[in-house]
Design a protein around this ligand. Structure first.
Ligand code: ZN
Length: 302
């Protein structure tokens, strides 16, 4: 089974403010999104970064299970209500796994988190310290870590760079995940996007911390960097901790799979190392079982 471990619902102007939508548009990201590196065919306007449920559903066709969340980050002009995630999950409960996002800089974020767990039945948490303008070790973060560890809820961290100017890089290092992993040893955490452009830090952290993982969402369109990071991951023996994921709308699961299958193209005809078919197969079909053991007995092959 194909599992997409990271994807989004959001649309302008309900969930993204003008400044964020403009920054997304100005970044190369929108032109690359969904395209696998080809020229972006869609209309380039403030809606170019939208992910509507019907678009998300169509793009998710190759996957058997898809993790979907929003993001709440007042500092960056991003505010996706958790209700839309739960509603979408309720429409497709066999396939969609809804996760929460809360903004620890905002009053009432813990109440909102409990609401997500108890009422909306969301089963994981998305945090983006760089978007939320908060250090991963800020005291406001710890209740979330403690609850997630206690309930066995994984956390997806956007730990790495992004495009909005006001998002502080000082909170973006994957190394900051290590202290959390030591304090909450049973807490499962995923560093999104290989922690780009700090992929070396990500490899170092996931190698040492048994319950920290990473994903390959939205990195295939930088082919040299992607190949280089994956070679490092294999050399350090952490290929079993890399999850398949799209970060839709930044990529589609189809394009991420194509990018993975073509990862060695950039070194074709050279003596440089290659990512083996076994590793590619493991990332596509096996590695998700560490985060979602409850789905491992499902024999649905996609
Ligand atoms: Zn994301």
């Amino acid at each position: 089974m194909i599992v997409d471990a990271h994807s989004h619902l959001m649309w302008y102007p309900d969930h993204l403010d003008k400044r964020y939508a403009e920054a997304a548009l100005a970044s190369k990201l929108v032109k690359l999104k969904r395209s696998g590196g080809e020229a972006y065919q869609g209309k380039l306007d403030l809606h170019a970064y939208d992910s509507l449920p019907e678009e998300h559903w169509k793009a998710s066709e190759p996957a058997g299970k898809v993790v979907v969340f929003g993001l709440q980050a007042r500092h960056s002009g991003i505010w996706i209500p958790n209700e839309i995630i739960a509603h979408y999950r309720d429409e497709h409960p066999e396939k969609i796994e809804g996760w929460a996002s809360v903004d620890p800089t905002q009053d009432g974020y813990l109440d909102e988190f409990y609401h997500c767990i108890e009422t909306l039945k969301l089963t994981g948490l998305k945090l983006g310290p760089i978007y939320q303008n908060i250090h991963p070790q800020d005291p406001r973060m710890h209740p979330l870590y403690a609850v997630c560890q206690k309930l066995g809820m994984p956390i997806m961290f956007h730990q790495g760079t992004t495009f909005p100017r006001q998002a502080p890089l000082k909170y973006a290092s994957p190394l900051q995940i290590e202290d959390i992993a030591i304090q909450y040893p049973e807490l499962k955490m995923i560093i999104a996007h290989l922690g780009h452009p700090f992929e070396d830090e990500t490899v170092a952290v996931i190698r040492k911390q048994p319950n920290v993982f990473t994903d390959i969402s939205a990195v295939h369109y930088r082919p040299w960097r992607y190949w280089d990071s994956m070679v490092k991951a294999v050399e350090y023996g952490v290929e079993n901790k890399i999850l398949l994921a799209s970060d839709f709308p930044s990529g589609t699961i189809t394009n991420v799979i194509n990018g993975l299958k073509n990862i060695n193209k950039v070194v074709d005809g050279t003596p440089l190392p290659r990512i083996s078919d076994e590793v590619i197969d493991m990332i596509m079909h096996e590695n998700w079982k560490s985060i979602f053991p409850q789905w491992a007995s499902s024999n649905k092959e996609v």
